[in-house]
Design a protein around this ligand. Structure first.
Ligand SMILES: Cc1ncc(C[n+]2csc(CCOP(=O)(O)OP(=O)(O)O)c2C)c(N)n1
Length: 516
């Protein structure tokens, strides 16, 4: 076997199922090895941002890594923006980056660049492989590093991939958490039972499964509010599940929400800060006179932390049925009137089926969506964790591959869609169950909003030309069908209801342009 086969065997053994790939000459041995080593499905993407965004979407659903196969520094560079989102979403991802043959690097050939430095900007773990024999150990280490919600980048020289090796398959060690900080959790329990207005702000694995249910019970016991970040990587939501408020994007409503609390308990989330530095507004949204307690470092298990907190509280405060505080099934009603961002979100909230995965990159058009779905059938929501646009289209690809029996609905702003539009081609090629709803406001609406916030009531024509994407108008039906995904354009609520109802019942990808 050669080094590439050793690497892939290690990956299969660790549980890797998919490799989102855009390969070149340096990765050729790995490309060839997909046929000699069964077990990994290579997924071709026509731009590296789709590879990395796809791996992000997969990892958010599965809580384990997919591989992204990228070509030297330039290929990796094309994938960085979505690795940034993955890093912020704390998604496990393994990048395998082909490097020039070792003896060729000094020649400074055209594609040569400092891949390690580049990789380190987004990767918690970066290593350049030193010998073919080490490829298995290196991959196992990368896998282990990724499993704590990190990006791991393994740079593999081409000659090591071709080299013949004996090869022992290394297995990644299991994930180990640090022990809990019992003292701080007990202090948090004291604050929660003090009867003062308290928010428990949760992140990471507290937004799904057992962690989420425990948080819901803590709320029922103590009456605290449950919050999370503005853009959580993954949150389970819907009837029977605790409704988690997201800290609003703009600082004024964020401050209005957060200033109500005497105490904020941070459970596997960063202290909330404003998205940008706005003149006259502090970057930190919590004030000095507010108590803040961080009860979980990124290296502890948030599920165990919340479990311990619940155990303390249960012994002090009589247990109530926590479900009484959870939203009952209350589907959004279908709207009437013109097709706007508001009514489009209402249509989606009314029609989305149980188990749907909603990828939200609707930017300003999706603002009305989240509050409409607390009582919707249980579903999952993925958001733009790092604020780097172009995440939605590929994230939907990865989510669909991760869960072929669930429907993925991508609520997608038009400007952001164009960053990684090649994802449609991968959807068609793989026959993915992704329904893309394009919020076609034909501009970068966020810039108009920010102009207003900056006090520029009347931006000049050159400024407006940088916020307008209407000239020429994007022909979504042609773009989509040109990449193999059938598409329709709608401009009324009634036609959206009809089209969405029809396409949700059919397998395979489709796109609806919602002219807003
Ligand atoms: C990689 C990256 N480039 C640029 C930006 C700045 N930016 C934020 S939103 C946006 C455009 C949004 O337009 P669209 O996706 O159509 O959504 P809308 O504002 O119209 O709702 C831009 C350019 C960014 N956040 N990330």
């Amino acid at each position: 076997m050669n080094g590439a086969e050793l690497l892939l065997r290690t990956a299969v053994n660790a549980g890797i199922e998919f490799c989102f790939a855009n390969a070149g000459t340096t990765e050729l041995p790995l490309v060839a090895a997909f046929d000699s080593v069964p077990g990994i499905h290579p997924v071709m993407a026509l731009f590296e941002g789709v590879c990395t965004g796809g791996a992000d979407g997969y990892g958010r659903i599965k809580e384990k890594p997919a591989m992204a196969l990228l070509h030297l520094g330039p290929g990796f560079a094309n994938g960085i923006a979505n690795l940034h989102n993955a890093r912020r979403a704390r998604t496990p991802v393994i990048n395998v980056i082909g490097q020039h043959t070792t003896w060729h690097i000094d020649a400074d050939a055209p594609l040569t660049m400092d891949v390690e430095s580049l990789a380190k900007t987004v990767s918690a773990w970066t290593r350049t492989n030193r010998s073919a024999e080490n490829l298995s150990g290196d991959f196992a280490d990368a896998y282990a590093a990724s499993m704590s919600g990190k990006i791991a980048s393994l740079i593999v020289p081409n000659d090591h991939l071709w080299a013949e090796v004996e090869g022992v398959i290394n297995a990644p060690p299991p994930l180990r958490y640090d022990s809990l900080d019992l003292h701080t959790i007990e202090a948090a329990a004291d604050r929660l039972r003090a009867g003062k207005k308290t928010a428990l702000m949760i992140g990471g694995k507290a937004l799904r499964g057992q962690g989420l249910l425990t948080a819901g019970r803590i709320r029922a016991i103590t009456g605290c509010d449950l919050l999370t970040e503005t853009f959580p990587g993954f949150v389970e939501r819907g009837s029977g599940l605790p409704d988690i408020m997201r800290v609003p994007y703009f600082p004024e409503p964020a401050l209005a929400l957060l200033s109500q609390y005497e105490t904020i308990i941070l459970a596997d989330v960063q202290e909330p800060v404003t998205f940008f530095g706005y003149p006259g507004i502090d970057s930190y949204l919590l004030k000095k006179d507010q108590q803040k307690l961080s009860i979980c470092s990124g290296r502890q298990s948030i599920v165990e932390v919340l479990g311990y907190l619940e155990d303390i509280l249960k012994t002090i405060i009589p247990f109530k049925d926590w479900r009484q505080n959870s939203p009952q099934s209350a589907k959004c009603q279908l709207p009437h009137g013109a097709l706007t961002a508001e009514t489009a979100c209402q249509v989606l909230a009314a029609l989305q089926p149980e188990g749907a995965i909603i990828v939200d990159e609707g930017i300003t058009s999706a603002i009305p969506y989240y509050p409409l779905t607390a009582g919707a059938p249980p579903h999952s929501v993925l958001t733009i964790a790092g604020g780097s646009i172009g995440y939605g289209m590929p994230c939907a690809v990865g989510a669909a591959l991760a869960s072929p029996d669930r429907l993925v609905i991508n609520l997608q702003a038009d400007g952001s869609a164009m960053y990684t539009i090649q994802a449609l081609w991968t959807e068609a090629r793989e026959g993915l169950n992704v329904k893309t709803l394009i919020c076609s406001n034909r501009g970068y609406n966020i810039l108009r909003v920010e102009f207003q916030r900056a006090g520029i009531a009347d931006p000049g024509p050159k400024a407006l030309s940088l916020a307008d994407i209407d000239q020429p108008r994007l022909d979504w039906v042609s773009i989509s069908s040109g990449m193999g995904v059938p598409a329709k354009s709608v401009n009324t609520v009634e036609s959206l209801v009809k089209e969405l109802t029809r396409t949700l019942a059919e397998p395979g990808p489709s796109l609806i342009e919602m002219v807003l």
